[in-house]
Design a protein around this ligand. Structure first.
Ligand SMILES: NC(=O)C1=CN([C@@H]2O[C@H](COP(=O)(O)OP(=O)(O)OC[C@H]3O[C@@H](n4cnc5c(N)ncnc54)[C@H](OP(=O)(O)O)[C@@H]3O)[C@@H](O)[C@H]2O)C=CC1
Ligand SMILES: CC(C)(CO)C(=O)C(=O)O
Length: 318
């Protein structure tokens, strides 16, 4: 007799652009997905989640298994955290409440070392992973998400009870497999820190400059001065990564630069935070990488100047 393997129960902790996009896609693929919401709970509970997908067109999930409190969620085998890194520490109680005893907690977030503080607050029995999403998606209204392009996720293991490297990779493969089942390109990364530095090659220049210069990717890529600035910032990230022991694949910064030229015009998520007067993800995207590079004896003056300008803007913004 052939038995069917039960699909894991998935919880989304923070249903914004990223949580809503991946959660909806996983639910469409037949997973049992439970969504934790805050300000958009009533809208989503009443009207569902709506995604305008760049290639699949309009998609709706209605009804949604929506929760305003993690205490009401069933025990989840996988928890995908889609909140901003600025609220990670506050999320620990919700994660603990929604987690099955040996759950895997996957932080779908940009930045470096974003798992560290949360790790101290979680029980040792929980596996903690990081996921880097290469995607252009934003919230267009309560429960309404616009997807502009891309979607791949790179998954890596951070810490937890996995006995050895093979056990860690099995869990990472399982995580990547969830996304693939939902038709989303996903890669298992043997080294999470390397994956996080790779993603920073894009986020450090574009996220910050979108706020500082008030410009989205198309104007940033159309102007000779901003192009030069982006390339200089990218080169510094590559230098910082190298100092920390993470060599980027050859030509990686050029690849991201050219990828951005082909992307539709895009406002990075940091710009959305600035517009809505939410705290900027400066610690994850600037402070941590600058500190790691400095500890490895590497100064990154252009990134430091960008970071100090953003800190000034962020303090005045709320
Ligand atoms: N958007 C993008 O294209 C990309 C984003 N990323 C990264 O993904 C991460 C998420 O970004 P994004 O999806 O854009 O962010 P959003 O602001 O769209 O979503 C964050 C969500 O988390 C919710 N949230 C925060 N705290 C809580 C809480 N305590 N309880 C319940 N819900 C909570 C917010 O609710 P509320 O509405 O109440 O604030 C919001 O719905 C970031 O690290 C970002 O850098 C990475 C690649 C691309
Ligand atoms: C735009 C993109 C795709 C860059 O990798 C992204 O994932 C981000 O905004 O963080």
């Amino acid at each position: 007799m052939t038995g069917t393997v039960a699909k894991p129960t998935i919880g989304i902790i923070g249903t914004g652009a990223i949580g809503g996009f991946y959660g909806l896609m996983l639910a469409r693929a037949g997973f049992d997905v439970h969504f934790l919401l805050r300000s958009e709970f009533t809208a989503v509970a009443e009207r569902g989640l709506h995604l305008d997908h760049a290639s699949l067109g309009p998609l709706t999930l209605n009804p949604v298994q929506a929760y305003s409190s993690a205490a009401d969620m069933p025990p989840c085998d996988w928890l995908l955290v889609g909140a901003k890194t600025t609220s990670n520490a506050d999320l620990a109680p919700a994660i603990i409440q929604a987690a099955a005893p040996d759950a895997k907690v996957l932080l779908l977030q940009n930045g470096l070392d974003v798992e560290d503080h949360l790790r101290e607050l979680l029980p040792d029995s929980l596996h903690l992973l990081g996921g880097l999403c290469l995607i252009c998606v934003h919230r267009a209204g309560p429960g309404v998400i616009t997807h502009q392009a891309l979607g791949a996720v790179n998954v890596g293991y951070h810490s937890g009870p996995a006995a050895d490297a093979q056990a860690r990779m099995n869990i990472v493969e399982e995580g990547a497999g969830l996304f693939r089942t939902a038709g989303i390109d996903a890669q298992a990364m043997p080294n999470l820190q390397q994956a996080r530095w790779q993603k920073l090659v894009w986020n450090i220049p574009y996220n910050g400059l979108s706020v500082l210069l008030g410009a989205s990717t198309t104007p940033l890529m159309a102007d000779a001065d901003s192009r030069a600035l982006i390339q200089a910032l990218m080169a510094e990230v590559v230098q910082g990564a190298k100092a920390c022991g993470h060599d980027m694949p050859p030509g990686y910064a050029d690849y991201l630069f050219m990828m951005t030229e082909k992307m539709p015009d895009y406002w990075p998520s940091m710009h959305h935070d600035f517009l809505h007067k939410r705290p900027l993800e400066l610690d994850a995207i600037y402070t941590r990488p600058l500190a790691a590079a400095k500890a490895a004896g590497c100064e990154l003056p252009r990134i430091e100047a960008l970071y100090r300008s953003l800190s000034f803007i962020d303090r005045r913004n709320h």
